[in-house]
Design a protein around this ligand. Structure first.
Ligand code: SAM
Length: 247
């Protein structure tokens, strides 16, 4: 039986048991990724929107630049055309999506807050991609229920990005799985919830962090058990779980 010291060491090194290493060892390494790969290729409009959003009091909500780059690459790889976004804020991920889609691509974008969307809208318009966006103000759930009512929307979305109220992700999933096409992808954001998914139960967490953490943990358990999808959890941004519908 391992002594305490050994078992602690085992805890620390569990992911290394078969020689695997976590690559992101420091903030410097993250900064290196941003400066080497992300910022030099970030479209001017996304840079402008990122800088504008940085001055907003709720800037913590924005999608990070590396995640924006990742979404852009993913959308192009899967040739996405018809997409949905739940949770727009000032529109960084929305702009990344709009720029990545073909000229006749579409994004059905939902948010309860129009004001923040309108902050970023002039940048999106200047980038010449606003025509791809159908923005709907209001809670996503009733809009999803409306979409589900019409059979022609079933299996019609190539990509859906969910970055809104975490306590509803599983409710969204029940509907989105009908709306995404077989072979299409749903991306759930914040599935590592600032690392708190591995915090001990008594860790001192802010009230809202603790509240949403339970829902994130529930989602993280439910997705791998859903036979209709195959998943991949990526440590990009605050963690993003990709779900590819397979049936
Ligand atoms: C993390 S932010 C989205 C960030 C955005 N993807 C970006 O790139 O900046 C979450 C957004 O979800 C919106 N939201 C919260 N509850 C919602 C709901 N029930 N339906 C739709 N949007 C909601 C908030 O207003 C907020 O703008």
């Amino acid at each position: 039986m391992a002594n305490n010291g050994e078992s602690q060491q085992n805890q620390v090194g569990r992911h290394q048991e078969v020689g695997h290493k976590s690559l992101l060892q420091s903030d410097d390494l993250y900064q290196y990724i941003l400066e080497t790969s992300v910022y030099p290729t970030e479209p001017e409009s996304m840079k402008e929107l990122r800088e504008l959003t940085a001055k907003h009091p709720w800037n913590i909500m924005t999608t990070s630049a590396d995640e924006g780059q990742f979404l852009s690459m993913l959308l192009k790889l899967i040739n996405a055309k018809n997409t949905m976004e739940i949770g727009v804020y000032t529109g960084y991920s929305l702009l990344a999506t709009a720029l990545a889609l073909p000229e006749d691509g579409k994004i059905l974008a939902m948010d309860i807050n129009r004001e923040n969307y309108e902050l970023g809208l002039p940048v999106i318009q200047k980038a010449g991609v606003a025509h791809k966006i159908d923005f709907r103000e209001g809670p996503a759930m009733p809009l999803l229920d409306q979409l589900i009512e019409d059979e022609k929307n079933h299996g019609s979305f190539d990509f859906i990005f969910v970055d809104a109220d975490k306590d509803n992700y599983l409710n969204y999933h029940k509907r989105l799985i009908e709306l995404v096409k077989v072979g299409g992808v749903i991306g759930y954001d914040n599935t590592l919830w600032n690392g708190t998914v591995v915090a001990p139960p008594d860790a001192p967490l802010r009230k809202y962090v603790r509240y949403y953490r339970d829902f994130v943990l529930e989602l993280n358990k439910a997705l791998p058990a859903d036979p209709r999808i195959e998943i991949c959890m990526l440590p990009v941004g605050d963690g993003v779980t990709l779900c590819r519908r397979i049936k």
